[in-house]
Design a binder for this molecule. Structure first.
Ligand SMILES: *Cc1c(COP(=O)(O)O)cnc(C)c1O
Length: 424
């Protein structure tokens, strides 16, 4: 990796040399009160809106107006099979085969649907292992599954914690947990990229460890999809879920992606909740047949899906396909490396980056811990035109996103942070 330097000229030079720079113009960038572009570092929470999204949604509104119910078969993009238009590009983004991927429902809903099939507790093996700082929704979901099966949600939950005075989880500690409790654990469910620290876990390593101990392994990749190379198929994970509104820029509350490993694609023995959309497409509308399961991840669908939301996903995935996930990751490493360099160059004792230093163990997000900080620091950043993400007690999460953030954005962010820190 070549070295960086601290001047603004250098940032502008990097932008000029950036083959993906033009993608920024394809997004709506919110404006600060003074009319300049907001420095938006919150793509880890809600990605910005591509300008073409409106056209994709309008196309479906137009067909609905013109065709009514006929749009299901005679629309430009027939609604009956609309979700199939998303599968291939979504599969590429997460490193999966098309049969392993479907877009449906929302994230936490899908986590429950996956646990219906993959969390099979017995009296001896019923515990669920999650990372200690798991996203709250995931923690609530697994706790409720424990209770649903009649187990105590405190006793049944095993936490993979970081050590005292450390932020990142260590694999040797996971190994030790499995050594001791491996035969009590039914399910390992980890956030592929931890939402708080930005630590990108080695999915393959965790999966192999889990499988060796007889555990099912699933990942919540909400902070990984569209951000890092997840390589889900090769990880061997049993299932994964993610949302499309963070790095996948598909709009607030948009639908979730699901991965079910190919090895489970034709399993009739896996219990699942079903609906007419899990039924064989050829005979679905005869509506009299006994249930005939669709193979692959599609076989977990329940309902006919919301097309308007899927249109926004299609707009975004088409852009990812054009830009190329590999190119995005290359830029991302450079952009975040530059961000890290500038923060380190501040030589400010009151800040500490808690995200891993190794670029292979993180995505674009850096989590900055600020000594004795409270939310007023975050408010000052917001007043200065920087949208970042505050997490109690003392962490600012910043995600420079390769599709729409520039090196100049990163430069400005660090300059403003510097003056705010100096004022304290
Ligand atoms: C964003 C996020 C969620 C949000 O869940 P929804 O069901 O989409 O509201 C859940 N888990 C993780 C790890 C997340 O990052």
């Amino acid at each position: 990796m070549s070295t960086y330097n601290t001047g603004i000229d250098f940032a502008l030079q990097l932008d000029k040399a950036d083959p993906l720079a033009s993608y920024r113009t394809k997004f709506h960038i919110p404006k600060h009160t003074d009319g300049t572009d907001i420095i938006y570092f919150c793509g880890n929470s809600l990605g910005l809106q591509p300008k073409v999204t409106k056209d994709y949604i309008n196309q479906e509104l137009k067909d609905w107006a013109k065709l009514g119910v006929e749009g299901h078969v005679h629309g430009k993009n027939p609604w009956l099979s609309y979700h199939e238009l998303l599968t291939e590009n979504m599969a590429k983004i997460v490193g999966a085969k098309p049969i392993e991927v479907v877009v449906m429902n929302t994230l936490t809903t899908n986590l429950h649907l996956m646990m219906v099939s993959f969390y099979k507790p017995s009296q001896e093996r019923y515990k669920i292992l999650i990372e200690a700082d798991a996203f709250p929704s995931d923690k609530y979901a697994v706790e409720s599954q424990l209770r649903h099966h009649g187990f105590d949600d405190k006793e049944g939950l095993i936490l993979w914690s970081s050590r005292e005075n450390e932020e990142l989880a260590r694999y040797e500690d996971l190994e030790a947990i499995l050594e001791e409790h491996g035969d009590e654990i039914a399910l390992i469910m980890i956030g592929g990229v931890n939402y708080y620290t930005g630590q990108f876990f080695d999915l393959k390593r965790i999966t192999e460890l889990g499988h060796k101990n007889g555990c099912v392994v699933g990942f919540d990749c909400a902070h990984g999809a569209g951000n890092v190379n997840l390589d889900l198929h090769n990880s061997g994970a049993d299932f994964a879920i993610w949302c499309s509104y963070k790095y996948l820029n598909s709009g607030p509350g948009s639908l979730s992606g699901v991965f079910v490993h190919e090895k489970h694609a034709y399993r009739n023995d896996l219990n699942r909740f079903t609906g007419w959309w899990s039924h064989n497409k050829e005979t679905r509308f005869i509506m009299r047949d006994d249930f005939d399961m669709l193979p692959g991840a599609e076989g977990w669908q329940l309902s006919n899906p919301p097309i308007l939301s899927m249109a926004a996903i299609k707009a975004s995935l088409d852009m990812f396909e054009e830009a190329g996930m590999d190119n995005l990751i290359t830029k991302s490493k450079r952009l975040t490396g530059y961000f890290e360099f500038l923060l380190n160059e501040l030589h400010n004792e009151s800040i500490k980056i808690i995200t891993p230093k190794n670029p292979m163990e993180r995505g674009c997000q850096l989590s900055i811990q600020v000594k004795n900080a409270d939310k007023s620091l975050h408010n000052k950043l917001t007043d200065a035109g920087i949208i970042s993400d505050w997490r109690e007690p003392d962490v600012i999460r910043c995600a420079p996103v390769p599709l729409y953030n520039s090196f100049e954005d990163v430069y400005i962010m660090v300059e403003r942070l510097k003056s705010i820190l100096n004022e304290r």
